[in-house]
Design a protein around this ligand. Structure first.
Ligand code: DX5
Ligand code: ZN
Length: 216
């Protein structure tokens, strides 16, 4: 499978969201990555349902929702109502992850589990067969534009090895500090989906940057 690009809205111009959504709609980006933060699980607050509900009307790309919140299971039906394609919950906040993953699927979405940089891949041994995607954080979650954590490349390779060993179709998405250089190394290590925010939106030609990420 050719790799996918999930564009993170966090670095968009929130005063000109319509313009940025149109750029994304007309770009080669495969998904729109939406970072929801609660100021509890992560030391920042981003945006929530009022934005997701509006995006549903104008965004033509599948929505890849990354919940950086405690108790994400409370919001499964509300996220499903936004038309989200993928719902990613953090491993670190899910006491009953198996139940949560199945509830996400029953609500009609793909289910993703997200690991913080310090959370080892081996903890997924008994849940990976149930998830559609693993989202590996390559920065500490909470902010766009941070420096890529180098160990993420090795971690991606370890996860790929687990997925191949079990013969599963699980996707690997990596999020944080991705540019052409880190993106290439992650793809070589086995990543399927690259999240990009700052690298694209802070460039002079976002559509061209998306194209270059897609060409890696
Ligand atoms: C960080 C978010 C990321 C972030 C990535 O908490 O989960 O999705 O927007 O942004 P960049 O590409 O700027 O590191
Ligand atoms: Zn994210």
């Amino acid at each position: 499978m050719k790799h996918l690009i999930s564009l993170s809205l966090l670095s968009a111009d929130f005063l000109d969201l319509r313009r940025d959504i149109e750029m994304i709609n007309n770009s080669e980006a495969d998904w729109l990555h939406l970072d929801i933060m609660d100021g509890v699980f992560v030391p920042n607050i981003s945006f929530g349902f009022p934005i997701l509900d509006e995006l549903k009307r104008v965004c033509k790309k599948p929505m890849d929702v990354h919940l950086m919140i405690v108790q994400p299971e409370k919001f499964i039906s509300q996220i499903a109502e936004t038309g989200a394609y993928m719902m990613n919950v953090h491993y670190e906040v899910c006491t009953h992850l198996n139940r949560t993953i199945h509830a996400i699927k029953e609500a009609g979405m793909k289910a993703g589990v997200t690991l913080n940089p310090h959370t080892p891949v081996c903890l997924l041994e008994d849940i990976i067969q149930d998830v559609d995607m693993v989202l590996l954080m390559s920065v500490n979650p909470g902010f766009g534009g941070q420096k890529f954590i180098e160990h993420s490349v090795e971690k991606t390779a370890t996860l790929k090895e687990m997925i191949l060993r079990k013969g599963l179709p699980t996707l690997i998405e990596v999020d944080g500090g991705i540019n052409l250089e880190t993106g290439k190394r992650l793809l070589d290590a086995g990543a399927d989906v690259l999240v990009a925010g700052n690298f694209v939106f802070n460039s002079d030609n976002p559509k061209q940057m998306i194209h270059e990420l897609k060409m890696l």
